[in-house]
Design a binder for this molecule. Structure first.
Ligand SMILES: C[S@@+](CC[C@H](N)C(=O)[O-])C[C@H]1O[C@@H](n2cnc3c(N)ncnc32)[C@H](O)[C@@H]1O
Length: 284
């Protein structure tokens, strides 16, 4: 295929990922996501994919699936509840890739579908999920014991004294309307621990300052300039804590990458049975 023919094919699709086709051509993905994607790739660089079965949840155009393939994964299953036509119609055949993409909602994923995996890549998706705990249980079910997990998601920023799930809807969400699930780092790590997954490394990415909340920006600058609690009848923002006023302007959410391993021995049988199966607490 000539470069002109490739370009013509690529124009048929809407791309999310920047995927290199050859030395001159890359898919025209969303610009604002590239720095997070690069960071995820740099974390994946530390993982040995050779001979491993990999699951990519919420795979979109397959950037991370193709990456796993290049790094020597033996089998890559990728699921999404809206499959990328660009990936299935063009990229997979063009690369002669062995990545298998399936239209599947994570909530419908069972071990009996594809078996267990050595590595689960669960990036850019958890914060979109309405039933976050259930999705984590499913991820735990399909991950082999000792298997590795990489989760990248929106993270609620706080002091991490308590395990928190922040669940905004509509315009309260820091991202788009479908982004409704933001654990704080402790909330995600503790929830995973209760399922038998230990997070070994956490990277909290710096906040992207988008000045979305224009009223907070105005309040912030009014306080900065006039140094008063109220200016022109408008309550100004607090300047006493740097973290606090930055959050007032940009919102309380950033992105974070969590890598860890399953160790089913750490789960507590009693709570496990209580949550997921049966228990005999008040019948015996
Ligand atoms: C923000 S994109 C992230 C794509 C890619 N994983 C990344 O990080 O670059 C979220 C993807 O998750 C998919 N998704 C959202 N909810 C899902 C669900 N319940 N089950 C499967 N995929 C889902 C979306 O269709 C979308 O392709």
């Amino acid at each position: 295929m000539t470069n002109n023919e490739i370009q013509k094919e690529l124009k048929k699709y809407r791309w999310y990922h920047h995927i290199k086709i050859n030395d001159e051509i890359t898919t025209n993905g969303f610009k604002k996501e590239t720095s997070t994607q690069k960071k995820i790739l740099s974390v994946l660089d530390n993982i040995d994919f050779r001979g491993k079965r990999v699951l990519d949840i919420g795979c979109r155009d397959g950037l991370f699936s193709f990456y796993a393939e290049k790094r020597g994964a033996s089998e890559i299953i990728a699921i999404d509840n809206n499959l990328s036509k660009g990936a299935t119609e063009f990229l997979i055949p063009y690369f002669k890739s062995k990545v298998k993409m399936y239209l599947k909602n994570i909530y419908d994923l069972k071990v009996s579908d594809f078996g267990e995996f050595d590595i689960v890549i669960f990036v850019g998706t958890l914060y979109h999920l309405r039933y976050p705990f259930y999705s984590l249980k499913i991820v735990k079910d399909v991950l082999k014991n000792e298997g590795s997990i990489i989760i990248e998601t929106g993270v609620y920023l706080d002091e991490n004294k308590r395990a928190i799930l922040y669940c905004p809807i509509d315009s309260d969400s820091e991202f788009d309307k479908t982004s409704c699930t933001f654990f704080n780092a402790k909330g995600l790590k503790d929830s995973l621990k209760s399922l038998g997954i230990i997070i070994e490394e956490t990277i909290i990415l710096s906040q992207k300052i988008k000045f979305r909340k224009i009223k907070n920006v105005i309040k912030f600058f009014l306080r900065l300039i006039f140094r008063k609690k109220k200016v022109f009848g408008i309550k100004t923002s607090h300047l006493n804590k740097y973290d606090q006023h930055i959050r007032e302007i940009v919102g309380p959410v950033t992105r974070g990458i969590f890598t860890g391993r399953k160790n089913s021995e750490i789960t507590e049988k009693y709570v496990d049975n209580y949550w997921d199966y049966h228990h005999k607490t008040h019948s015996e």
